[in-house]
Design a protein around this ligand. Structure first.
Ligand code: AHM
Ligand code: MG
Length: 331
């Protein structure tokens, strides 16, 4: 059997992440292996953060760090720890030219002359759940830089629309820890097996159901929702759908990916452009949703078509089962 033919055989459930990444790389004969290494670096940092989250209550690293991040939100100890772990892993790995992080105001230019990738990340999302032992997650997007390798990073390198993503994913620290990612040819999920220290392929070629019966939105802001959002919520109630809202984007998204559902963070009085950040929260989940057959928009426009103008730009976010998102857009 030739190599190309051989590489088309999907690895079975139970294969480990490293093997999976290597096998995917074989499908691209000219691949340099840098993206593979970058994905492994992210997975490794996820293991370290996972360990810290598991120990947080014992190690006294819950609670506020005493500073605010660029969004004016209080940083938690674990937010800061996760930012350090991921940044360090990417820096050491050497495949990344620059990082955009929720926790850093400016671009982190790693001045690495031989790297061509840009990573946008939210190292630990779901801050209100960090201290209370509820699921939280890491979100990441990977882009190719536009300006020449070795030159200083330009705004155009980081302000790229989501459709330019080379890969995207998340790590969910939930009842089990999982890494879910796509490189543009389907979505696969790996469950972390702590006694082996390995991520194991557990969810192959994930598909989001076209319809669902779960809607996830913070109804506390109901009074400031637009008429269209109110109409949509009312239609969900009329149909007897279930409301499920963890308040951790990755966890709400992951549940809807598996079971079918919609997550909406619309504009509200408090957050006129929505709350979630385009570059390191919405784009990654939009790519995963689309790769799994779902849909992601700001209520009108495809998320991945939006041309970003700022690093920490916010957008309204509608993501989930295709027919549900279509219906919400029409409501
Ligand atoms: P964060 O980046 O400060 O953690 O905020 C993002 C989180 C999402 O995970 C979650 O879906 C949303 O904020 C919840 O916001 P709200 O409490 O306004 O419903
Ligand atoms: Mg966040």
């Amino acid at each position: 059997m030739g190599k190309a033919e051989n590489s088309r055989i999907a690895l079975p459930i139970g294969s480990n992440l490293d093997r999976f990444i290597m096998r995917n790389q074989e499908d691209f004969p000219y691949a340099s292996g840098e993206l593979s290494q970058l994905l492994r670096d992210l997975a490794y940092a996820g293991k370290v953060v996972n360990r810290e989250i598991n120990m947080a209550g014992l190690a006294g690293i819950t609670g506020a760090y005493g500073a605010e991040n660029v969004q004016g939100e209080e940083q938690q100890n674990l937010d800061v720890a996760a930012d350090i772990r991921f940044t360090r892993a990417l820096k050491k790995g050497g495949e990344v030219a620059a990082i955009i992080s929720e926790e850093a105001e400016e671009i982190i230019d790693l001045s690495n002359p031989r790297s061509k990738y840009i990573v946008a990340m939210d190292p630990l999302d779901g801050s209100s759940n960090i201290d209370v032992n509820v699921s939280i997650g890491t979100i990441f997007s990977i882009y190719r830089r536009i300006s020449p390798q070795g030159s200083p990073i330009q705004m155009e390198d980081v302000l790229q629309p989501g459709k330019n993503q080379v890969a995207a994913g998340y790590i969910l620290y939930g009842s089990s820890t999982m890494m879910v990612y796509t490189t543009g040819s389907g979505v696969n999920g790996f469950t972390y097996e702590p006694s082996l220290g390995e991520y194991i392929l557990s969810h192959q070629n994930m598909q989001m159901p076209k319809d669902g019966k779960i809607y996830s939105i913070n109804e506390g802001s109901y009074k400031s929702f637009s008429e269209s959002v109110v109409n949509y919520i009312e239609s969900c109630k009329d149909k007897g759908y279930s409301a499920r809202y963890i308040g951790s984007l990755v966890a709400d998204f992951h549940r809807n990916l598996l079971k079918g559902g919609i997550y909406i963070y619309p504009s509200t009085a408090k957050a006129p452009n929505g709350k979630l950040r385009l570059l390191y929260e919405c784009n990654a989940l939009a790519m995963i949703a689309e790769q799994a057959g779902g849909r992601a928009t700001d209520g009108k426009q495809r998320i991945m078509e939006i041309e970003p103008s700022e690093l920490h730009q916010r957008v309204p976010f509608y993501v989930g089962s295709e027919n549900m998102v279509l219906e919400a857009e029409k409501a």
